[in-house]
Design a protein around this ligand. Structure first.
Ligand code: FE2
Length: 312
């Protein structure tokens, strides 16, 4: 191929559809295509943003097909804007469904956020107010998306930096009720929970007490930045560094309560060599197995897991 991309893969995919629950994955970046295909890493799965592959053809789709031949895949959407009034754009849903049919992902997920007003799209995932009206909007749109895609989707808890006046429903209850009403699953981003707990001064374990952990089918782990330029530290979810120890501790707590769930190392900025992400994924594998074993023995995720805090 003149562009250096792999030749088109045979029709269909060959890797198993679903990874074991105690195997971690990483986000697939174009910078790592060749390393992944040449080294065929021992990794549970990969995740991509489907919007980057809504193409008629070309190298990105061929690379993704080649990677998918060896690994399960998750599609993590950023374009449905399920918190906007009115249904998600039909064309977007059609393109997403075509990717779902082609790549057979084990998970399709989206965010508790909005980024569209009419036909105008914004570059950020904006926060949804925790109100009954917003819950109705989200539930309608999640149901529409699931009907169109003919499958369950997962909705992710956001990282936020402000809270609205007049909010009516605590966030974990909002998400739990959304899952109950629509049958959707939940994606628990443990770093987002830690960031929000720090920014808004609440106890993340109390948040988990009110959250439908049984509906969680994927977990995200990531690093974040701290901005204290005005003397008031705020944690920014930038996916630009390694997972910090406090987030690993909260991850142990979640696995201790929930059991192992496929977990993603999210990294979108300051991209390191692929080997560094693979090492972080292997650490997540180990932490999940340790926390899960302690759960089986009746131990607490955080307290008992404190014996193993070193990075692999
Ligand atoms: Fe996330």
């Amino acid at each position: 191929m003149g562009d250096g991309a792999p030749a088109p893969a045979p029709a269909g995919v060959s890797a198993s559809n679903r990874p074991p629950p105690d195997r971690a994955g990483v986000g697939l970046k174009s910078e790592h295509y060749r390393t992944v295909l040449e080294t065929r890493p021992d990794l549970g799965w990969f995740e991509v943003h489907p919007e980057n592959y809504m193409l008629a053809g070309g190298p990105p789709l061929r690379y993704l097909e080649a990677v998918r031949a060896d690994h399960p895949l998750s599609l993590h959407g950023v374009g449905m804007s399920l918190g906007s009034c009115g249904p998600p754009p039909r064309g977007h849903l059609d393109r997403l469904r075509a990717l779902v049919d082609r790549f057979e992902p084990f998970v399709v997920s989206e965010h508790l956020s909005w980024s569209r007003i009419g036909d105008r799209f914004l570059a950020d995932l904006l926060p949804v107010p925790m109100t009954r009206e917003a819950l109705d909007v989200m539930a309608d749109n999640v149901a529409r998306a699931q009907d169109h895609l003919r499958r369950r989707i997962l909705i992710e808890n956001p990282s936020t930096y402000l809270q609205f006046n007049g909010e009516e429903i605590p966030e974990p209850e909002f998400l739990s009720e959304l899952a109950r009403r629509t049958g959707c699953g939940l994606l628990l981003d443990v770093n987002n929970l830690f960031v929000c707990a720090s920014n808004h001064a609440f106890d993340p374990c109390a948040w988990l007490d009110a959250f439908a952990l049984e509906a969680v089918e994927e977990i995200h782990l990531a690093g974040h930045a701290v901005d204290d330029a005005d003397g008031h530290p705020i944690r920014i979810d930038d996916h630009g560094s390694a997972v910090i120890e406090e987030v690993w501790a909260l991850y142990r707590e979640v696995i201790g309560r929930r059991g192992p769930v496929p977990t993603l190392i999210e990294r979108d900025a300051n991209l390191p060599p692929f080997e560094a992400l693979l090492a972080e994924a292997h650490l997540a594998d180990r932490v999940a197995r340790e926390a899960s074993a302690l759960r089986g023995a009746g131990g607490s995720g955080v307290v008992a897991g404190a014996a193993s805090t070193g990075r692999a």
